[in-house]
Design a protein around this ligand. Structure first.
Ligand SMILES: C[S@@+](CC[C@H](N)C(=O)[O-])C[C@H]1O[C@@H](n2cnc3c(N)ncnc32)[C@H](O)[C@@H]1O
Length: 290
């Protein structure tokens, strides 16, 4: 298609194809995952998915497939079901971010391109030779971006979903970071006491729905001199960081650790009443008085 004739946005691509009333129900934002675009379609437009899919396909020559989100993120593995609505019947996306490539099997693993800025932000904080606990690693975006952008020594990438672990192994090869990113299939609750106690300078915890249950494992994974934790958490907008700060304090108290909050930041809006926060904090064992 001639570049000049390509519509500038979804609304323009759908001009004359949806009625004014239908346009009012259109969700115009979508995720671009390289060859696949993923869009949410409102209930009112369920019968118009074909026309919306085709219009989205015409926006970018990279897009070969358009998927629509067919349910919420589900279960322990936080997987979001999707359905192909236009183009090739393929759910394997090849996505590029921060100079890295990721193969992502949509509908089988979690992935969000919306955390790319966070991966970049943390990369700027990582110092030479750091050892990193990449909890809840999924297909590897956090540890692989760290390997590419920083002088870190090693990241231990722990993931429970066997499909995501398989994708992580593939993405480690794709980005040539064997040895620097080690994929571990298992539950953070079991892996940390077995093989990660006291090894890390930094721990990243991108599990915003229930990460609070793993704060003790994050602290125990830090080196005896202490280290930094990046804790993601969904919160009620009006309560802000109150709850996660309480959870950090409680976990530290149980372990006899000291903590210092370094930064609290909104990552993104989640719903009308909820948002995702990240809290960066330092934690280390309390010194015994002599
Ligand atoms: C919100 S996703 C984040 C994935 C990845 N870090 C990303 O940003 O794309 C959380 C991941 O944690 C994994 N997970 C959930 N509970 C876990 C546990 N107890 N131990 C290890 N991984 C777990 C899920 O399977 C899922 O892949």
């Amino acid at each position: 298609m001639d570049k000049k004739k390509r519509p500038r946005n979804l609304r323009e691509a759908l001009k004359g194809k949806l009625s004014k009333k239908e346009m009012g129900h259109l969700i115009t934002s979508f995720d671009s995952l390289g060859n696949i675009a993923v869009i949410q379609v409102s209930k009112e437009l369920e019968k118009r998915t074909g026309v919306i899919g085709k219009a989205l396909l015409s926006l970018n020559k990279q897009f070969e497939t358009v998927c629509m989100v067919s349910d919420k993120h589900k279960g322990l593995f936080r997987v979001q079901p999707v359905k192909v609505i236009a183009g090739k019947r393929n759910k394997k996306a090849l996505y590029k971010e921060n100079g890295c490539s990721f193969l992502i099997h949509l509908g089988k693993v979690f992935f969000s391109p919306r955390l790319g800025t966070e991966r970049q932000r943390i990369s700027k904080l990582i110092k030479e030779n750091e050892v990193i606990g990449a909890f809840f690693a999924g297909v590897g975006p956090f540890p692989i971006v760290f390997a590419r952008l920083t002088g870190m020594k090693k990241a231990y990438a722990i993931e429970l979903n066997p499909e995501a672990h398989k994708g992580l192994l593939h993405n480690i090869s794709l980005n040539k970071c064997h040895g620097r990113v080690e994929a571990i299939l298992g539950d953070v609750k079991k892996v940390v006491p077995k093989s990660l106690l006291g090894k890390c300078d930094r721990v990243v915890m991108p599990l915003p729905k229930s990460g609070e249950n793993f704060l003790k494992e994050a602290m125990l994974a830090l080196k005896p001199k202490g280290g930094i934790v990046h804790f993601y958490r969904f919160v009620e907008r009006e309560k802000g960081a109150e709850q996660p700060l309480k959870e950090i304090k409680e976990a530290a108290k149980e372990l006899g650790f000291r903590t210092k909050v370094l930064r609290k930041k909104k990552v993104r809006s989640f719903s009308a009443s909820k948002e995702q926060l990240v809290i960066d904090f330092w934690a280390g064992k309390k010194r015994k008085r002599s």
